[in-house]
Design a binder for this molecule. Structure first.
Ligand SMILES: [Cu+2]
Length: 102
């Protein structure tokens, strides 16, 4: 039984769906397409700060990404982040963090 649960937890998707206490203060880097000026950056920052789950956000206009820091045990799903950015007129790019090619 426990073995099965551990096995299940090793699957990335399951880990993302369950908010474990170990994920406290988690950070997430998300690329933002369409962010071109400081007004964009400010608007995006305001949008994410208004979310309950977000503890802090840093926006890099130059590198076109946001660094989200979540409150203890909380997180935003990629779908939710995509929707928030879409509402604001931008496009989320989740592959930007891992494959940061020059
Ligand atoms: Cu702008």
């Amino acid at each position: 039984m426990i073995k099965t649960m551990i096995k299940a937890a090793t699957f990335g998707l399951v880990g993302v769906l369950i908010s474990l206490p170990a994920m406290a203060g988690q950070e997430m880097k998300v690329g933002v397409k369409g962010m071109v000026c400081s007004f964009c950056a400010q608007g995006i920052e305001k949008k994410f700060r208004s979310q309950d789950e977000v503890a802090d956000i840093q926006v890099s206009l130059e590198k076109k990404f946001v660094m989200l820091k979540f409150k203890d045990g909380k997180t935003l799903s990629e779908a939710k982040i995509t929707q928030l950015l879409k509402d604001a007129g931008y496009e989320a790019n989740f592959s930007a963090g891992e494959s940061a090619k020059p």
